[in-house]
Design a protein around this ligand. Structure first.
Ligand code: PEP
Length: 252
């Protein structure tokens, strides 16, 4: 089953105007310089979405946000709706990142509500799942990920509007990574749960990204696994050469 690799950058709370424009401009030049068989996505902070969109004009790099509200509009001070994101030119939104689950107490139920609203507005979602170190040490990795998929992914999600990102919490920004065998096991189990929830056809087509300290040096190891369909990249996505080298080293 051919699934197009997705190379996605999560810029998190990084980037003022000058550095965001510089980074986007470098990515644009690199994407233009060579034909690659993967899809690129960058997710800058809300404040930089319009600026980055402008800097990427003319090149095929999708724009995504890092969160959204589940309502279209209304009295939700400080929040941003899915419609506001599509209006800005976003085609993706990351939901349920572990930093939002931890810092803002986001539950599977809330992530699912956001995903339904995002899909309704025409956005594709990147739904993040992953275990903490304590859960891993207790041998709960697969169960935690299965429950997050069951609770966070909408019942009518499709491979066209949904991407899953497996990001072990303890691997994010730490330089530590699971073994390739561990990653493949979780991805294969996640695909099985998706098959039960959404049917085999959607599960076989749905992309499951790996995230957590992905770097040019380990990109090939993870991205050549049968059930890994790309990467969600934090730190290394802030350096255009590293971001592009991840795609190149993964030969996608
Ligand atoms: C992330 O936060 O989505 C992430 C994977 O971060 P890093 O690549 O820095 O580990």
């Amino acid at each position: 089953m051919a699934r197009k690799m997705l190379i996605a950058g999560n810029w998190k709370m990084n980037g003022l105007s000058a550095d965001s424009i510089a980074l986007a401009t470098e990515i644009k030049a690199a994407v233009k310089s060579k034909k690659r068989n993967c899809e690129f996505l960058v997710c800058p902070p809300f404040t930089m979405l319009a600026t980055v969109k402008k800097a990427l004009r003319g090149v095929k790099v999708a724009l995504g946000a890092q969160d959204c509200h589940f309502n279209e509009k209304g009295a939700h001070t400080g929040d941003v709706s899915p419609l506001m994101l599509t209006d800005l030119g976003c085609s993706y939104v990351i939901l349920g990142h572990s930093e939002r689950r931890a810092d803002h107490g986001e539950s599977n139920e809330l992530v699912c509500k956001k995903a339904i609203a995002a899909n309704k507005a025409g956005l594709k979602t990147v739904i993040c799942i992953g275990e903490t170190l304590e859960q891993r040490d207790r041998g709960e990795t697969v169960d935690v990920c299965k429950n997050q998929v069951l609770g966070s992914v909408p019942a009518d999600a499709t491979a066209l509007n949904t991407v899953i990102a497996y990001e072990p919490v303890w691997a994010i920004g730490t330089g530590k990574t699971p073994t390739a065998a561990d990653v493949e096991e979780v991805h294969a189990q996640v695909r099985k749960v998706l098959a039960k929830k959404l049917g085999k056809a959607q599960a076989n087509k749905m992309r499951i990204l790996y995230g957590g300290s992905v770097k040019p040096a380990n990109a090939k190891e993870f991205l050549s696994l049968p059930d890994v369909d790309g990467a969600l990249i934090g730190g290394a996505s802030l350096k255009s050469t590293d971001f592009m080298a991840i795609a190149d080293n993964a030969a996608c």
